[in-house]
Design a protein around this ligand. Structure first.
Ligand SMILES: [Cu+2]
Length: 463
């Protein structure tokens, strides 16, 4: 196997691929490069074929190819993988070429693409090229358009990448299991015109989710909606890299959703436009500014903005349960109950018991003994302390002077003097008086009056 380093080393890797083609001809399988790390790889500049502006896959990489008589050939290997979800937790998933999600596939509009798919899973699989226009027999639906790829076998898919835009790939074979195990990847078809839709930074990743019980490493695949690990590209904050931008860069973020629920994705500090949808590029006249866009199940969206505001800007799913890590939801709400000290005592008896609310301290501050191979909840730590966020969360870091093509994390933002929220040092009497709306006093319960106490149900199966 050719390692990732050989491929990202540059010209040497290309020479190796080309050499293989000329030596043994088209009958051989192209190399299936492997990736052994969950770090964000630098963009893969196209070494041959038509030029394009490469994307950067968050905590991922792009699959190298070989040119064979004008056809772009890729080799995906479906196999069990170990993916580090964040430092401290590894998951036993199914993926492609060493990671889950699999590598991003980048091609150019009009490219003839040949994809070899080798199955090293214990059961049959297939690959569906989600969103593509292609011959029906290449669509990868087991039973409908092809037989399943049996373990040990290799299938060949071939089609022309007709439509530029943002796509995904995933199995249509035992999909409840295979998707819950992490079988998926990103696909970008770049426009033929290298100057069309051009941006300075083009990031992409998938929204995906797992149900892994604390102390275990394999997802529960029968889960319907109650997943406990909400991830960007099978990474959980604080294991998710930041999206690093230069000041005033035009930035694109492409997101595909392969979870079982929608995700309202929210960016701080900037408005963006939805520039690309499942159907391709949005007519510029029909774009409008937003700070949150909902990405439904099975959808892809490309958002764009000018990174005009320096700083570390939160970027996250707005479902608050999705910005947490491994968590059980079956707990009553105890806001208003004085439970100081009680949680600590109960925890000695029931290790996963947890109270939330205004008197127990926030969860981010609670130190609890953790089972092996799990993540503490909401433990991202920033320059001002605990962020109390995990799961589907990261930051967009906008920096003046960040060189073109430099994606290295610049560290935390250094705020100019006088631009950080601060504690009021004056007395209570100096604060502006709170206005009371008329009639407030009358609405308060009179002494002795019965007050109906309502407790909401704690189930939330539908997320
Ligand atoms: Cu979400």
């Amino acid at each position: 196997m050719v390692s990732r380093r050989d491929f990202f080393g540059g010209a040497g890797a290309v020479a190796l691929s080309a050499g293989l083609v000329s030596r043994v001809g088209a009958a051989s399988l192209p190399e299936a490069p492997q990736m052994d790390k969950a770090a964000t790889r630098p963009p893969l500049s196209p070494p041959n074929g038509r030029p394009y502006n490469p994307v950067v896959t968050l905590n991922g990489w792009t699959l190298p190819w070989r040119m064979n008589n004008g056809v772009k050939e890729f080799h995906l290997v479906a196999e069990p993988v170990v993916r580090e979800l964040a430092p401290g937790m590894k998951a036993h998933l199914w993926g492609y070429n060493g990671q889950s999600p699999g590598p991003t596939i980048e091609v150019v509009e009009g490219d003839r693409v040949r994809l070899f798919v080798t199955n090293k899973l214990p059961e049959h699989t297939s690959v569906h090229w989600h969103g593509q226009r292609l011959p029906a027999g290449m669509d990868g639906v087991t039973g409908l358009t092809q037989p399943g790829i049996k373990p040990g076998k290799t299938f060949v898919y071939e089609f022309i990448a007709k439509r530029p835009g943002t796509f995904m790939y995933h199995p249509h074979a035992d999909e409840m299991t295979q998707m819950a195990m992490g079988m998926m990847g990103f696909w970008v078809t770049h426009p033929k015109d290298v100057n069309a839709h051009r941006v300075d930074r083009d990031f992409c990743f998938l929204l995906n989710a797992y149900d892994i019980e604390p102390g275990s490493a394999t997802p529960k695949t029968a889960t319907m909606t109650d997943f406990n690990l909400w991830t960007f590209n099978s990474r959980v904050f604080p294991g998710i890299d930041s999206m690093v931008c230069g000041l005033n860069d035009r930035v694109r973020i492409r997101v595909g959703n392969l979870t079982m629920t929608n995700h309202p994705i929210h960016l701080h500090g900037h408005e963006f436009v939805v520039a690309g949808t499942d159907g391709g590029w949005t007519n510029p006249a029909s774009r409008w500014p937003e700070v949150t866009t909902d990405i439904a199940v099975g959808q892809m969206r490309a958002i764009e903005f000018d990174a005009t505001e320096p700083g570390d800007w939160a970027f996250h799913c707005h479902k608050s349960h999705h910005t947490m890590n491994a968590m059980g939801h079956d707990v009553p709400t105890l806001i208003g109950v004085d439970h100081r000290g009680i949680a600590e005592k109960i925890n000695k008896l029931v290790p996963d018991y947890m109270v939330m609310g205004d008197k127990g301290g926030s969860m981010g501050d609670m130190e609890m003994p953790l089972p092996e191979n799990t993540l503490p909840m909401m433990t991202g730590t920033g320059p001002f302390g605990g962020m109390e966020m995990g799961g589907m969360f990261t930051t967009v870091k906008v920096r003046k002077g960040q060189a073109r093509g430099d994606y290295k994390d610049p560290g935390w933002y250094k705020h100019p003097a006088g631009t950080v929220a601060y504690e009021w040092q004056g007395g209570q009497a100096d604060l502006p008086a709170a206005q009371q709306s008329p009639g407030t006093a009358a609405a308060a319960p009179k002494p002795g009056e019965k007050v109906l106490k309502v407790r909401k149900g704690s189930g939330h199966g539908s997320h």
